[in-house]
Design a protein around this ligand. Sequence first.
Ligand code: ZN
Length: 344
Amino acid sequence: MQQQLEQTYQQALADLEHIQSSDALREWELKILGQKGAITLMLRGIGQLAKEERAAFGKRANEVRDLLATAYESRAELVQEHELARSLEEGQIDVTLPGRAHPTGGLHPSTQTFRELYRIWGDMGFQVFRSRDVETDEMNFTLLNIPEHHPARDMWDTFYTTTPGMILRTHTSPGQIRAMRELGAEGTQPIRVILPGMCYRYEQITARSEMQFHQLEGLAIGRNIRMSDLKGTVTEFARRFYGANAKVRFRASYFPFTEPSMEIDVECFLCGGQGCRVCKYAGWLEIAGAGMVHPTVLRNGGYDPTQWSGFAFGMGPERMTMLKHGIQDIRYFWSNDLRFLEQF
Ligand SMILES: [Zn+2]
């Protein structure tokens, strides 16, 4: 048994030398010094020895146990130091590495254009008036001088809802009636608003036409508003949006809710009026439809057309964005392809 004790001692010391982790250390402690450990069991088995051997064996066994306990302590200290060093090394922060980029969203190109439009029109004294996407047939057509069965209704292919008389607005113009009625104080106050919003048309989707798109409508009502005010206002806008040298021209056109009506062109800013593929070699780009508010529309908005007059215009932010960035296909706007959206 004496021999067994020495062997266990030597073996335990040797094992301890190779221990690298706290887990292995704990295992060793249980196996050697624990309640059922080798040394503990030998001390308990002391009664099996001859009486005269017991004292010497007990003394040595206690000695071995203390030696092993001391050896264990110092090994434990070493192992802990190593483990700490290792964990520091693994968790080390290399400050020279580039930071992790946070995936940030961006503003949709149409939103960017809208913000610029809000800024410019805001500077020019126009306030934003928001109207609804789902409209009544009456607001969208009838009150805008487009009675039922009027051939002009064919100008807009309409999405109808299952509720009779309710449609998706085909243009932002119904907002003109709502703005006049809500802000005009029964036809007694001048107004100057822009009406941004989404419009919907039951149309074949192509590179040039979508079934949903934005419009930005403008409306000014006052006592002495004339055609020259419309021309001056739109020209000033064009200079602020397209550049100080922007040239504007007006062409006669037709809309049921304005009289007279016109299309507004700006000199092609890509070719300087020389003619290019984008302007189809015309040297001009169409930027808006406009006109003097029709007396019937004024009346429907609560104004007396013999005392009040006004102008209105409508522009397409998507088209403006396409021209600005050379985008060839309007379908990119709502297809939510990040490869497109991330370019802006
Ligand atoms: Zn051009």
